[in-house]
Ligand binder design. Structure first.
Ligand SMILES: Cc1cc2nc3c(=O)[nH]c(=O)nc-3n(C[C@H](O)[C@H](O)[C@H](O)COP(=O)(O)OP(=O)(O)OC[C@H]3O[C@@H](n4cnc5c(N)ncnc54)[C@H](O)[C@@H]3O)c2cc1C
Length: 667
């Protein structure tokens, strides 16, 4: 077994955990490092995380098909005689949210680009963003103010260099969005209207009423559709990255996908791949994220042995609409409807059922405290009073102002019989944002050659232990742009050779399951998978929620392991084969993987910091102010170097006098 190595490049003699990595080529990995390594229980444990996933895609089924190829000018394509096909693109982008689209528009200047997206192109977390993008655009504001707010919200776990880069480059990225055609609200003086949100000391949120994400997605998607170098492959579900291991280097050569409409397995070979698959809200039953957010990118990265960080920091948005409290109950929703932070920024106040305003009891900043504080405070109120929701009231503000700023929220509530200009809004916390993810350096580089990442799927070091409102669209924009030059350089290095990869020999080609299984078998597998998916979400909600404890996390860990085993047993009893693929099954595999990584990461943090609050270790511990990093067994100094240009790992340990840690509010 390889030794566990600290992310800052220090070796340790502890034995690693063997994850029994289920990547396409069956390579083994991985070690696990977390803050306070010497006392980190999981280092001693021989836990096979995602172990059961080993049963997928580990058997090599040789693709014996005859290969023929043709060019269509922009990219080439080979078709195998079993009906599956291979496409060749210079740049491959997985995800059509803000990160993927923004990156695609830039790299399209250098070569052909394929955007892979699992649903309709616009379906993404981006589309649902309400509040806006934070950027220092007001003369009375400063980059230092934005940095301070980000670092305070992040409970001092942020990487300062990353924070500075994002806050400094943000305004330029926002202006570029406008050049792409995004239309933001302006004040009467003709300047951009800047809103204020919780945790921000200044007005700096650029927005389009309360539908900012929709406008950004619209503008970028229009630009993409008008770009002849970019092809969008919608309803293509990314299955796994195609990686090649050579000594200490793992290189990404593309991706296998499942066309969920035609049921064709389509392979993409590329010089450069960008992972921009967004979040993982659906590891919880109640989330503001759309159905596409199932953590596929993190799970794919994990299987491909990418370094992953800070997965314990799951952000629960304090104020999702509580359907239970609405006069007219909506039909069951796929995702919770968000009541943006900006409502509190505009003066909205939180009350419990007894109409007592409770936030000042928890934090001097009241309703403008960061999200983790507000979510924990609401959670505490709900538990203490045994109630299902609290109220967010904006009805004391002039109706015109409320309707002007929050037309979408007003409309949605009115559909359910609630007039927000006259009545308070019932709200409850819901899973919202994943602060952890694939670790990147300052150029969006990952630990895998040829693989870059941007957006919510990443851990860049910006958010630390808690994301500041409206910083995620900003992070996605900044890192999508920063990944462009290194991607171009990598492309130019491999331009002449990347198509020559012998893909049929190198990677087992997955089989679409329904083509082989009887309808009744597939129906049973899907039915059982749907039930197990709900069970997984419930385990996460009950045991890995806003307030945690070691005992409850260990219960979750055990139950997730059992669930994974029984689910897979069921599949294989019903004819499933290791190299089969199916949308629901593959999503479930990814959800399990991400849920287990969250639990392991949470167990490893023996302190309460930001979004991770545990009753067993209720205080901040300065010596544990380190990221939680999942590293593969082949981790070595070369990898450290690769990530060290702006990595979380190399700098988050730095203590800065200016941003002194303080004790978190205890719920
Ligand atoms: C309700 C809501 C409100 C929000 N409000 C704000 C806000 O006001 N300000 C802010 O800064 N942030 C906000 N956020 C967060 C922000 O919207 C996201 O973090 C950001 O949009 C992420 O962008 P992204 O490009 O990384 O991912 P996304 O926009 O989620 O895009 C991911 C893409 O990847 C695709 N994909 C995923 N898995 C696969 C797969 N296996 N195969 C193929 N394609 C795949 C998806 O279909 C999607 O196209 C909000 C989020 C939500 C849910």
């Amino acid at each position: 077994m390889a030794s566990v190595q600290l992310c800052a490049g220090i070796r340790s003699s502890h034995s690693p955990m063997d994850f029994g990595a289920p990547c396409l080529r069956g390579a083994s990995f991985s070690a696990y490092f977390a803050p306070g390594l010497s006392s980190f229980r999981s280092v001693d444990a021989s836990l096979a995380l995602c172990q059961a996933s080993n049963r997928f895609l580990t058997i090599k089924a040789a693709a014996n098909g005859r290969i023929s190829s043709h060019q269509n000018g922009r990219h080439s394509r080979t078709r195998l005689d079993d009906g599956s096909s291979t496409k060749y693109f210079d740049f491959l982008v997985i995800g059509s949210g803000v990160a993927g689209l923004r990156y695609a528009l830039d790299v399209a200047k250098f070569g052909s680009v394929a955007i892979i997206t699992k649903s309709e192109p616009q379906e993404s977390n981006t589309r649902y963003a309400q509040g806006g993008v934070s950027a220092v655009l007001d003369p009375s504001d400063s980059v230092e103010n934005h940095m301070r707010d980000t670092i305070v919200a992040g409970a001092f776990l942020c990487d300062e260099e990353t924070v500075e880069v994002v806050c400094r480059e943000g305004p330029e990225r926002v202006k570029e969005l406008m050049a792409f055609g995004a239309s933001f609200d302006h004040s009467e003086d003709g300047q951009l209207h800047l809103a204020r949100e919780g945790g921000h000391s200044h007005h700096r949120i650029v927005h389009t009423a309360d539908m900012t994400g929709r406008e950004i997605e619209r503008a970028l998607l229009t630009a993409v559709k008008n770009n002849a170098s970019i092809s969008i492959f919608e309803h293509h579900f990314a299955l796994d990255l195609l990686t090649h291991e050579d000594g200490n280097t793992i290189t990404c050569h593309g991706l296998d996908t499942l066309n969920v409409r035609t049921k064709e397995v389509v392979r993409f070979i590329s010089a450069v791949t960008l992972l921009a698959t967004g979040g993982a809200g659906h590891i919880y039953p109640s989330t503001t994220n759309p159905l596409v957010a199932t953590g596929d990118g993190v799970a794919m990265g994990h299987r491909a042995q990418a370094v992953i960080s800070n997965m314990e920091f799951v952000q629960f948005h304090p104020t999702a609409l509580a359907d239970d409290g609405l006069p007219i109950k909506p039909k069951s929703r796929e995702n919770a409807f968000l009541i943006t932070e900006a409502v509190r920024g505009a003066g909205g106040k939180l009350f419990n059922m007894a109409r007592e305003r409770f936030m000042p009891l928890y934090d001097a900043r009241g309703e403008l405290a960061p999200r983790d504080v507000v979510a924990r405070s609401i959670d505490d109120q709900l538990k203490k009073n045994n109630e299902k929701f609290v109220y967010l009231d904006i009805s004391h503000k002039p109706a015109g102002e409320v309707l002007g700023h929050f037309p979408n929220i007003a409309r949605e509530c009115l559909k359910c019989g609630l007039d927000i200009t006259k009545e308070p809004i019932p709200v409850v916390p819901a899973a919202h944002y994943m602060c952890g993810g694939i670790q990147t350096g300052l150029s969006g580089q990952t630990s895998i050659e040829g693989l870059y990442a941007a957006g919510e799927v990443t851990c860049t070091g910006l958010h630390g232990a808690n994301r500041l409102a409206s910083n995620s669209l900003l992070e996605a924009l900044v890192f999508a742009q920063r990944a462009v030059n290194p991607s171009k350089d990598h492309f130019q290095r491999v331009q002449g050779s990347y198509r020559a990869v012998d893909e049929a020999r190198e990677w087992t080609r997955p089989l679409e399951s329904t083509a082989i299984l009887e309808d009744s078998q597939m129906e049973e597998i899907r039915k059982f998978t749907a039930v197990q998916r709900k069970s997984l979400q419930q385990i996460m909600w009950n045991f890995v929620g806003i307030v945690r404890s070691t005992e409850r996390l260990e219960i979750a860990q055990r139950r997730l392991e059992e669930l994974e085993t029984s689910w897979q047993d069921h599949l294989f009893r019903h004819g499933w084969k290791p190299n089969m693929v199916d949308l629901e099954v593959c999503e479930m595999r990814n959800l399990i993987c991400v849920a287990r990584v969250v639990v392991r990461s949470a167990l490893s943090r023996r302190e309460s910091r930001g979004l991770h609050y545990t009753t067993d270790y209720p205080d901040l511990v300065e010596s544990r102010r380190l990221p939680t990093v999942l590293i593969p067994a082949y981790w070595n100094s070369g990898l450290v170097n690769r990530l060290s240009t702006g990595s979380v790992s190399s700098r988050a340990v730095k203590t800065t006098q200016e941003f002194q840690p303080k004790t978190p509010v205890q719920a």
